[in-house]
Design a protein around this ligand. Structure first.
Ligand code: SIN
Length: 551
């Protein structure tokens, strides 16, 4: 008899058996720093040198959050610095929810992983004085420990270096434009066995994998205002949830204070390093307002600055505030070539003009629960990078710790996934069943749902939240979900919107449950942190209340 496996959506059984089937040892979903590093690790660490690896990337290299990352990577690279200090800084930013073991695990591997990238050709910026790798200091860090490449192009340098390294491996195949609809599990939802994918040219395909590594990033586009590439719609987190994996700390979404605000244009990040170099924040009347909110002024932590900007925008009845870098002179252009190019594209000359900025959703702190080897709660499924929650970031991520987590945990997850190589049982041909019935319920306009969801998330589940409003938001999302999650779509827009509804509901649910303020999560009706909530909240499909893990 054929083996029968579950795929949760979209496919009716008779269609599934007609799909092309591909078999691989390790399927990596996502081609940012975590995905590429995990693929390299899987390909290089296997006992058998021919471990076959497929990287399924939703877009192309340039579409990842890694490629877009302007900020640097934090690591202890100077004798005057110490692991203890980087650990302490990370734990302070994490507001009581960091797991010390996770923090130490990642921080202590950082120098080794970075040296490896330098060996592979990653061109970190050098100090003009010493000709050694330059180390910058950023908000929340007690020492100079941030490495940059090409000023504000660190993420791009990582992406290109890892991509070149991947090209050296015949056993790694990179499938661009390959959207993952869903993970496949065995009949009892005990083991992940690969994924159903869609490619505009090749259509639907089944990729059976001995191990599957999710490295598909966060969910920034759940919010109307976001620094993330448009591809970032939470597909991996939603697929893992449907497959039965546990999600952790979903209420913690980090907002960045300064994204370029041009009505009608996609938002783009203006790095915190710009304020680090001395930029001022002015309101629409030219008033430098940050001192009114925090004595650290523009250098206050990013959640404080983001909140202050929102308040000042409300107070002045404006649509944005402004970064003023005019006094920094031509050095600004050299230090931030990418940002300068971005500004010129909108005819903004930073030496003469003010830069309109506004806060935006930036980074998903919560995600798929993993151990320190990248294992999720579902056998055969691993996760690393922004998609995962290891306990490293706690309730608020310290600047420049995200490329670091992707790099270290990517290497870790790729190696660990090889433990599945002996356990594979799948032999073609294989049938898949889907447990969704064709719905007779009314249709909603999916584009309208998507944009309403993004607006409601931005207005009510972003920087400041309130219990009663969150309850109303949950009702709206549930209503949209009721008429959208039961449908079988045949395009990305529909699949993505379903994922965004799932994620919107989960973030809201976790935000309703967390009746306190902590880290990125600010409740107007519960303004203080509470000891009872110094726990990780874990959510799994089919359960209404979270499992709690004491920190
Ligand atoms: C930034 O450059 O402001 C963002 C860096 C980060 O989020 O770590």
């Amino acid at each position: 008899m054929d083996q029968i496996f579950h795929q949760r959506r979209y496919l009716i059984p008779f269609r599934a058996v007609l799909l092309p089937q591909i078999f691989t040892d390790v399927l990596v979903i996502g081609a940012g720093v975590a995905g590429m590093r995990s693929a390299l690790s899987a390909a290089e660490e296997g006992a058998d040198e021919n471990t076959d690896v497929i990287i399924a990337s939703k877009g192309v290299l340039k579409d990842s959050s890694t490629y877009w990352a302007q900020g640097g990577i934090a690591a202890v690279m100077d004798k005057a610095d110490s692991f203890e200090s980087h650990i302490d800084d990370t734990m302070i930013a994490g507001a009581g929810l960091c797991d010390r073991n996770a923090v130490a695990h990642i921080v202590e591997q950082a120098p080794q992983r970075i040296e490896e990238c330098i060996k592979w050709g990653l061109p970190f910026d050098k100090s003009a004085k010493t000709n050694q790798t330059a180390l910058a200091r950023e908000g929340g860090h007690s020492h100079r420990r941030i490495l940059h490449a090409d000023g504000d192009g660190t993420g791009k340098a990582f992406a290109l270096t890892l991509y070149d390294k991947i090209l050296e491996h015949d056993s790694i195949r990179l499938f661009d434009d390959c959207f993952v609809l869903d993970l496949i599990t065995d009949k009892d939802n005990q083991v992940c066995l690969g994924a159903i994918t869609h490619h505009p040219k090749y259509g639907l395909q089944v990729i059976w994998a001995g191990a599957t590594i999710l490295a598909s990033g966060g969910c920034g586009h759940l919010y109307r205002e976001s620094t993330n590439p448009q591809t970032v719609t939470g597909d991996g987190i939603a697929a893992a949830y449907r497959a039965g994996a546990k999600l952790q700390d979903m209420s913690f979404v980090q907002f960045h204070p300064t994204t370029l605000y041009i009505a009608g244009a996609a938002r783009s990040l203006i790095s915190e390093a710009v304020r680090g170099e001395g930029a001022h924040l002015l309101d629409k009347d030219g008033y430098r307002f940050m001192q009114d909110y925090d004595e650290r002024g523009e250098l206050a932590p990013r959640d404080v600055v983001a909140k202050s900007i929102i308040k000042q925008i409300q107070k002045t009845n404006a649509t944005s505030v402004y970064l003023d870098v005019r006094h920094l002179g031509r050095e600004f252009l050299q230090r931030f070539p990418g940002i300068t190019k971005q500004l010129h594209a909108f005819d903004i000359n930073p030496l003469k003009d003010l830069i309109p900025v506004h806060p935006s959703a930036h980074y998903m702190v919560g995600g798929i629960h993993t151990d320190l080897s990248g294992r999720t709660s579902l056998t055969g499924l691993y996760a690393c990078g922004e998609v995962a929650a290891t306990g490293f970031h706690g309730a608020n991520r310290l600047a420049s710790n995200s490329l670091l987590e992707g790099l270290v945990m990517g290497a870790e997850a790729g190696k660990t996934a090889l433990e599945m190589m002996e356990k594979r049982t799948i032999k073609p041909p294989v049938k898949i069943i889907s447990d969704i019935r064709i719905s007779e319920r009314s249709n909603l306009d999916i584009d309208d749902v998507r944009s309403s969801l993004r607006s409601i998330m931005w207005r009510h589940v972003s920087i400041e939240r309130d219990g009663q409003t969150l309850n109303e938001v949950q009702k709206s999302i549930n209503f949209w979900a009721q008429y959208s999650l039961d449908k079988i779509f045949d395009d990305r827009r529909g699949w993505e919107t379903q994922n965004m509804l799932t994620l919107g509901s989960l973030v809201t649910q976790a935000a309703r449950w967390r009746e306190e303020s902590r880290g990125t999560h600010q409740r107007l009706d519960c303004p203080e942190s509470k000891d009872d909530f110094q726990v990780h909240d874990l959510w799994q499909i089919g359960s209404e209340t979270p499992e709690l893990n004491k920190v």
